[in-house]
Design a protein around this ligand. Structure first.
Ligand SMILES: Nc1nc2c(c(=O)[nH]1)N[C@H]1C(S)=C(S)[C@@H](COP(=O)(O)OP(=O)(O)OC[C@H]3O[C@@H](n4cnc5c(=O)[nH]c(N)nc54)[C@H](O)[C@@H]3O)O[C@H]1N2
Ligand SMILES: Nc1nc2c(c(=O)[nH]1)N[C@H]1C(S)=C(S)[C@@H](COP(=O)(O)OP(=O)(O)OC[C@H]3O[C@@H](n4cnc5c(=O)[nH]c(N)nc54)[C@H](O)[C@@H]3O)O[C@H]1N2
Ligand code: SF4
Ligand SMILES: [Mo]
Length: 739
């Protein structure tokens, strides 16, 4: 089920979507011809698999291309993506909540006037920080850039952050500290195919990025995951730690690498600094102590180090399993320490990388929708950065607000004293995906104004005062940056349905009503990209040498790609970073001094089990999109909880029965799935489902002190059978959740 399917094998299974007659007219191809084609990329994850879309006789079909990342493969989500374009319930008209409390159709002018009016009043009464903005890692570079600019100059608010904070922020913080630069993979994905050994800490690409598995297939995999996932099934070695103990495990692996004489001394001396302080901590993590904390047998740790150290070419990769913790940054730093001691980063054919998740998870963190950032991965607190970007925007540097709250802190402050009273959401569904989802739902409901731009009626849109219908992937142009830092073109095949408009048009419409010069908020993606090039110029993520022309000519451009001087050849981009030097001024990578600590919450008498959360193949994120695709909904229809049979036996839980999973914050309801390869002290829930089936009703909002990442991957719970009297709850969880 986690297999990638190739074009040849399943050409006949290529999903076709038949549009009802009325909708077909609305989604007619952007060009007038009967048959239209566009070469573009999948709307979902950070692999950004290459696809060719075809529209003929009212049907849109997708097929994979030979793009290097997917080489003719797509996962089930990619194959079925055209179903999103005319999904029933697709938003095609602005909606405004009326006096009767219901959302009703409105014109664009009415909707935008109303928003601008209320924003103006709220700002006048409570100041600019009373308006917040929440963005997403699925937005194109152009949208992410424009959203940050809109917040800082049209609203003048510091209160902007985005869902990437919930995603790879711990890896970004650790990577920046170690290497001076954060690019998920500092090498092309295809390099992985030449590896002898790859260590995957907390990643399950067989379900989350299936085409990546073909690049990993030649290597021996070491997988660190409390669950025996489809990825772990393919591994040479599977380490199955207690959730939340990866930091101790990484310290233990470093300990063994050093004591067994595997450190690359020459590399450590010439290319790094800080080994001694890092070692001081790891020295105390002898193998037996690590086994006691993590449950991983000493022999397995030795085997892992032997495999890694014996490889000519080796990679250490982290995923959300290692990162989404209140110590996620230190955990990633500990895995980077291990990679540095073995001499892997910055060496062709070896390295460290983070598997970034969302379609534009990489670009989305470079161009200014993050609370502390300006375009080009510049810091908002850096006076030179403020001056550069202010000049591009035509404003005074002093007029730019400072850094604001991080994603969870922003959501948590909504409607409270001193917190924002209005929120604009572009590209996220936090009612399902944020920790303590119940509390976040209540915060959103307490706002004076909630505006959601989306193309489907997500659970967050259902709470909004105004819903704005926007275009999606196949209806728009733009650029995305995939997990290897490669900038890609998203291309338009279809005209938007109904009155849907692009996010860029929405931002201009609002900016103008808030008194901005329309020329400052262009709506053509190419024009926005030209400005982004200038704004990013000289920054860490320098895009100034990249153009639509170069991308359309088929060039593979990885940032940084600075503009070349007039008479010089264009810069070729940087597929491999750090080969000569790391990005710190002295060119050296930094070991980090890190120490293990417990998760914010560990099991006790009331809540005796660990719960962890994550993904399944057929659903994407909050499920707002994939729960609407019939084939995917059939494959993963409802919330479930994985439980070991012994644990289930003790608790009176049977396969297929409804269970209530309760933490100190609340309960969720899920169907029991018995999994005999799971740890007996741990249960697992996917977070893709809505209503009473939301995994985030139980998760903890303990934050990492540096990345502000919530602890999605560990909390303490009890699990019990749901009594028949709770039939309504079960129905709510299983029917409401899969809607
Ligand atoms: N099908 C599908 N694919 C997706 C997505 C999706 O929603 N659905 N989302 C995309 C996005 S945005 C992201 S961020 C990526 C995420 O991709 P992954 O990081 O691969 O996904 P997760 O399932 O969140 O977590 C990976 C694994 O971490 C394990 N884990 C849980 N707790 C721990 C722990 O304490 N330590 C360790 N070592 N492992 C632990 C889980 O059991 C899980 O198997 O996927 C992308 N691709
Ligand atoms: N318990 C638990 N919770 C988690 C995680 C976990 O592992 N466990 N993982 C976290 C991670 S890694 C992530 S990335 C988040 C993701 O969680 P969310 O931020 O909720 O992500 P999506 O479900 O992708 O929501 C995106 C919404 O934006 C819409 N959208 C997509 N593209 C566009 C666009 O271009 N413009 C506009 N206006 N709208 C658009 C979609 O239709 C959808 O409704 O969840 C986090 N939450
Ligand atoms: S792996 Fe990711 S990008 Fe590729 S088809 Fe699946 S969801 Fe789309
Ligand atoms: Mo993510």
């Amino acid at each position: 089920m986690s297999e990638t399917v190739t074009a040849a094998a399943t050409a006949s299974a290529a999903t076709t979507v038949t549009a009802p007659a009325a909708l077909a007219a609305l989604t007619a191809p952007a060009t007038a011809s009967a048959l239209a084609e566009a070469t573009t990329h999948c709307p979902y994850c950070a692999l950004q698999c290459g696809t060719r879309l075809t529209h003929a006789e009212g049907r849109t079909t997708v097929a994979p291309t030979q793009f290097p990342v997917n080489q003719g493969g797509l996962c089930q989500k990619g194959w079925t993506a055209p179903a999103l374009l005319d999904t029933p319930g697709r938003l095609t008209q602005p909606l405004v909540r009326g006096a009767d409390g219901r959302l009703a159709p409105a014109t664009w002018d009415a909707a935008l006037d109303l928003i601008a009016d209320r924003l103006t009043r709220i700002r006048a009464e409570h100041g600019p920080d009373a308006v917040g903005v929440f963005g997403g890692g699925g937005l194109t570079n152009e949208k992410a850039y424009q959203l940050g600019k809109f917040a800082r100059i049209a609203l003048g608010t510091s209160q902007i952050d985005y869902n990437g904070r919930f995603c790879m922020s711990s890896a970004a913080a650790a990577g920046s500290a170690a290497f001076g630069l954060d690019r998920g993979l500092p090498f092309p994905v295809t390099d992985l195919a030449n590896a002898d050994v790859v260590l995957l800490a907390g990643a399950n690409p067989a379900e989350t990025m299936p085409p990546l598995m073909r690049h990993l297939a030649p290597a021996s995999l070491i997988v660190i995951d409390p669950r025996r996932t489809p990825t772990a099934e393919t591994a040479a070695l599977h380490l199955q730690p207690t959730p939340g103990t990866d930091l101790a495990l990484a310290l233990g692996l470093l300990h063994l690498a050093v004591t067994e004489g595997h450190t690359d001394r020459e590399y450590v001396e010439q290319r790094t600094t800080g080994f001694d302080t890092a070692w001081r901590r790891a020295a105390a993590w002898w193998p037996e102590r690590v086994e006691r904390v993590t449950g991983v047998p000493v022999a397995d740790m030795r085997e892992a180090v032997r495999l890694l150290a014996g490889a000519r070419r080796a990679y250490v990769l982290t995923g959300r399993g290692a990162e989404q913790h209140s110590k996620g940054t230190d955990t990633v730093a500990a895995f980077i320490n291990l990679a540095l001691a073995l001499g892997l980063p910055g060496r062709e054919g070896s390295g460290y990388g983070c598997l970034t998740g969302q379609g534009n998870g990489q670009g989305g963190r470079e161009h200014g929708q993050k609370a502390d950032q300006l375009p080009g991965y510049r810091m908002l607190t850096d006076p030179a950065a403020r001056e550069h970007v202010a000049a591009v925007w035509g404003v005074e540097p002093d007029s730019l607000p400072g850094p604001g709250r991080s994603a969870y802190e922003l959501l948590d402050a909504l409607g409270t004293d001193g917190g924002p009273r209005a929120l604009l959401v572009f590209g996220s569904n936090p009612v399902v995906s944020a920790p303590r989802a119940d509390r976040i739902g209540a915060r959103l409901a307490s706002l004076d104004l909630l505006v959601v731009a989306d193309f489907v009626p997500s659970e967050t849109a259902e709470l909004a005062d105004v819903v704005l219908p926007v275009t999606q992937w196949a209806e728009e142009e733009g650029t995305m940056t995939n997990l290897e830092g490669r900038v890609l073109r998203r291309r338009r095949l279809l005209a938007p349905p109904g009155a849907a408009r692009s996010d860029l048009e929405v931002l201009r419409g609002l900016a103008v009503r808030l008194g901005q010069d329309p020329g400052r908020f262009p709506v053509a993606p190419r024009e926005v990209f030209e400005e982004l090039r200038r704004a990013s110029r000289g920054g860490r993520a320098d895009y100034s040498g990249i153009s639509y022309e170069r991308l359309d000519a088929g060039e593979a451009l990885h940032w940084p790609c600075p503009a070349a001087p007039e008479d010089a050849a264009p810069h070729p981009g940087t597929p491999r970073l750090f080969l000569d030097a790391f990005a710190h001024p002295d060119g050296l990578a930094r070991f980090a001094e890190v120490e293990h600590r417990d998760a914010a919450e560990t099991p006790d008498e009331r809540f005796p089990l660990y719960a962890t959360t994550g993904r399944v193949l057929a659903q994407y994120q909050s499920g707002a999109q994939t729960r609407r695709v019939p084939e995917l909904a059939a494959a993963a229809p409802e919330a479930h909880v994985e439980v070991h049979p012994d644990t289930a036996g003790r608790l009176g839980l049977a396969e297929g029965a409804a269970a209530r999973v309760t933490s100190a914050r609340g309960s969720t309801v899920a169907r029991v799935r018995l999994v005999d390869s799971l740890r007996t002290d741990t249960v697992f829930l996917p977070f893709h489902f809505a209503a009473a089936g939301r995994a985030n009703l139980i998760t903890s909002a303990a934050l990492d002190p540096r990345s502000r990442m919530p602890e999605f991957k560990v909390c303490a719970v009890r699990v019990e059978p749901v009594e028949a009297v709770d039939a309504a709850v079960v129905t709510g969880a299983f029917e409401g959740a899969g809607r």
